[in-house]
Write a protein that binds this ligand. Structure first.
Ligand SMILES: Cc1cc2nc3c(=O)[nH]c(=O)nc-3n(C[C@H](O)[C@H](O)[C@H](O)COP(=O)(O)O)c2cc1C
Length: 319
């Protein structure tokens, strides 16, 4: 009797010109600059490594507490603490080069020039495959504005587009808006080559013993399993309303912790899958998700992960 040869399903995906061995990546701010987790997991097996936010100059960030646990989630107000662009280029880029995994650098900013200057210098570094604009960090005062106003977002992305001649230009959308498809469209119209979503939801937690917020900053960003169903909905909305018709890949994130979560995001339209808060539980979770995805595809007789991206059978919208 002839035996059927088994071929492991292909997990390779592309974010624009950036070819990834699989969709799994770190979510910005949850895995340091480079190999801080190197002793705990094999980051070279991931599709891409996404750095924490790198600003033009070093930042101390907010006072403690900067992180508190909530039921089914995590609240953070780190305040974009980082070593700044010069130190990043000098000390971290060589480590990232050595790692040999596609690198995406997260870029925050408070003025258009901040974003343009940092993006221009990163665009000159061949190891940087993608620049992810953090237009949505709710932790820094007035940081909401670019990501929540489609007109300002369009202007910002258009300005950065001029200097991002080589690297992919990924815009990370804020969920703190009435309709995320509106800001997604503004970003794509301005030249974004990929979208990532979602960043954290503005939220708070109160210490009832002294009637003060738990976070020194007052408010912070909620992440983890608590936000997954909303992040999933937003991913699907952006996919159907914007990304699919413009052929723009989405990096989905928000509470991804198990392989089943990854499958849901892929079905909803995500091409990449970023894991953030779950890394605090176990840095190996992305690799476990990878294994689960591979088995799921084989069980479903799929030869290529791209066969399931955006394949959700959603009911037709009502009148
Ligand atoms: C501690 C912490 C720090 C973060 N720092 C950044 C950051 O520097 N830049 C950014 O764009 N997003 C940052 N985020 C948001 C995550 O990248 C991600 O969008 C969000 O946490 C949702 O994914 P998750 O539920 O898997 O954590 C941070 C999240 C956490 C928990």
């Amino acid at each position: 009797m002839p035996t059927r040869e088994f071929h492991a399903p292909s997990l390779a995906v592309s974010i624009g010109k950036l070819d990834l061995q699989n969709p799994l990546m770190t979510a910005s701010g949850t895995c340091g600059y480079a190999n801080e987790y190197g002793d705990f997991t094999d980051l070279t097996r991931l599709g891409a490594f996404v750095t924490k936010a790198i600003s033009k100059t070093p930042r101390k960030g907010n006072e403690a507490y900067r992180i508190v646990e909530t039921r089914a989630g995590m609240l953070n107000a780190i305040g974009l603490a980082n070593i700044g662009l010069d130190a990043f280029l000098k000390d971290k880029i060589p480590i990232l080069k050595e790692m040999g995994v596609p690198v995406i650098v997260n870029v925050p900013g408070w003025t258009t020039d901040d974003y343009v200057d940092v993006s221009a210098r990163l665009n000159d570094e061949p190891v940087v495959g993608g620049i992810e604009l953090n237009v949505s960090c709710p932790n820094v005062k007035s940081g909401l504005s670019f990501g929540t106003d489609p007109v300002r977002l369009f202007e910002l992305v258009s300005a950065v587009k001029k200097v991002t001649t080589r690297a992919e230009l990924i815009v990370k959308l804020s969920p703190n808006v009435a309709d995320v498809a509106v800001t997604a469209k503004a970003a794509v119209d301005a030249g974004a080559t990929a979208l990532s979503l979602v960043n954290t939801f503005t939220a708070m937690s109160i210490d009832i013993n002294n009637a003060r917020p738990m976070l020194a900053n007052g408010t912070g960003g909620l992440s983890g399993p608590a936000i997954k169903p909303i992040a999933l909905f937003m991913t699907h909305r952006v996919y159907t309303e914007v990304a699919k018709k413009h052929n723009i890949p989405i990096i989905g994130m928000g509470g991804i912790q198990r392989w089943q979560d990854g499958v849901e995001f892929l079905l909803a339209g995500a091409t990449g899958l970023a894991v953030g808060t779950a890394l605090f539980l176990d840095p190996n979770i992305p690799l476990q998700i990878l294994e689960g995805l591979r088995n799921y595809l084989a069980r479903k007789n799929k030869t290529d992960i791209r066969q399931i991206i955006g394949s959700l059978q959603a009911p037709a919208p009502h009148d």
